[in-house]
Design a protein around this ligand. Sequence first.
Ligand code: SF4
Ligand code: SF4
Length: 126
Amino acid sequence: MGGKRCTYYTRGRCTRTVSPEQSAAVRCHLLEARRAVGAATLDRLDRLKKLADPGDREVARRHVIQKNLNEITKLSCPRYVPREGRGPVCQHQHLVSCLLLLPRCTQRCEHFMARREYKAIDQGGT
Ligand code: SF4
Ligand code: SF4
């Protein structure tokens, strides 16, 4: 049975938080990159408020939105697999982490914490 009944067990991986450093290292790269582009876009949109002319502001706003879309579209991850076959969310994403970067749970360890209601959620691991 190993760690399958553990709260931290997800598709063969251990999602237990070990340290801030480890958490940072296992974050989904694609999600992080999308966030960075989104933050830069919000910053650009914010700066547009300084434009006095509403027409100029609208033209600039559209340009910024298009630039955001172009940059987001260019981002990729070689291991990305769309969840349920389509959409922007990767099936390996667990909250903000990438399951593929998390350690495997090979056996019940000292940190094992039983799930309240165990259901057969394992899909064979990844
Ligand atoms: S495989 Fe998926 S979850 Fe992992 S880093 Fe790539 S896009 Fe993110
Ligand atoms: S049993 Fe241990 S290694 Fe396995 S998921 Fe739980 S905490 Fe992680």
